[in-house]
Design a protein around this ligand. Structure first.
Ligand code: AMP
Length: 293
């Protein structure tokens, strides 16, 4: 994937570029960083650029185009790159088109970070304060005066690129005033819509949410299986109760039957007694009658 991040100084291009590098495994090609390194190393390019940079002007097109052309040829740029701070003028954009054509490479998208200019000064002041707190060296061009000049050069020389790339249907504009992660998400959505990134980068998110969901699923299953013994125990208790009930009922029936049997036995006994009594009486009567004769 090859993209350009476009926006005035302080719009968050550098921050977003670093986040995109982590996400997509591509390299960030920042002409500002390369020029600062050249200045620090005292190379011929550095010597040429030093004064111009310190005053907030633009380094000549041929210098930056040469730097970028060499950098794109490096093996780590084969996977793709994010251009941060380049191109800054229409001639630089035309030179980039030419060199990409020559290298048989395609530009996927140009992302413009649109910001409220009045907020930029605040942002740069905050950035400087934070760098000082961390004990980092502060850029010479991060002063309110130089920033005003850099903003003017953005408006005059770089803003025409918005028209240049929108004519070529490459431009996507994103609200750079949102929170950092919201901007990153918006860029990702845009790159997905353009087909510049595979939805599999989404997969990471899905895999992450699936991993997040897994414990919840496990807990649910555990809860369910935990419920099962409870259910079984309840069932067992119920059947025990039923068995007890059945036993009680059985006992009652047996008792009743026994009672009946007992009653029958008693009746038989009574009947037998009665028969005996009756027979005795009859025998007595017969004896009496015989004695009379
Ligand atoms: P940056 O870090 O992108 O803000 O760049 C810092 C300074 O480097 C700018 O103010 C310019 O002086 C110089 N510079 C960086 N990129 C370019 C470019 N594409 N064309 C000309 N000058 C540049």
């Amino acid at each position: 994937m090859r993209i350009i991040l476009l926006g005035p100084p302080g719009s968050g291009k550098g921050t977003q570029a670093q986040l995109l590098v982590q996400r997509y495994g591509i390299v960030q090609l920042s002409t500002g960083e390369m020029l600062r390194a050249a200045v620090a190393a005292g190379t011929p390019v550095g010597l040429k650029a030093k004064e111009i940079m310190a005053s907030g002007g633009l380094v000549p097109d041929d210098v930056v185009v040469g730097i970028i052309s060499d950098r794109i040829d490096q093996p780590d740029a084969k996977n793709g790159f994010i251009l941060d701070g380049f191109p800054r003028t229409v001639p630089q954009a035309e030179a980039l088109d030419e060199l990409l054509k020559h290298k048989h490479l395609k530009l996927d998208a140009v992302i413009e970070l649109r910001v409220n200019e009045s907020a930029l000064l605040n942002r740069v002041e905050t950035r400087v304060a934070q760098m000082r707190e961390r004990g980092e060296e502060v850029r010479l061009d991060d002063t309110p005066e130089v920033l005003t000049k850099r903003l003017a050069s953005y408006r005059n020389q770089t803003e025409p690129l918005i028209h240049y790339y929108s004519e070529r249907r490459k431009l996507s504009t994103i609200d750079g005033m949102m929170a950092i992660d919201e901007v990153t998400r918006a860029i990702h959505r845009q790159l997905l819509a353009l087909g510049a990134v595979e939805p599999k980068t989404h997969g990471k998110t899905r895999a992450r949410s699936a991993a997040k969901a897994a414990p919840a699923r496990k807990a649910k299953t555990a809860k369910k299986s935990a419920k099962t013994p409870v259910k079984a125990a309840k069932k067992a208790a119920k059947s025990k109760k039923a068995a007890k009930k059945a036993t009680k009922a059985g006992k009652r029936i047996v008792k009743k039957a026994a009672k009946k049997v007992g009653k029958k036995k008693a009746a038989k006994k009574t009947a037998r007694k009665a028969v005996k009594k009756g027979a005795k009486k009859a025998a007595k009567k017969v004896t009496k009658r015989r004695a009379k004769r």
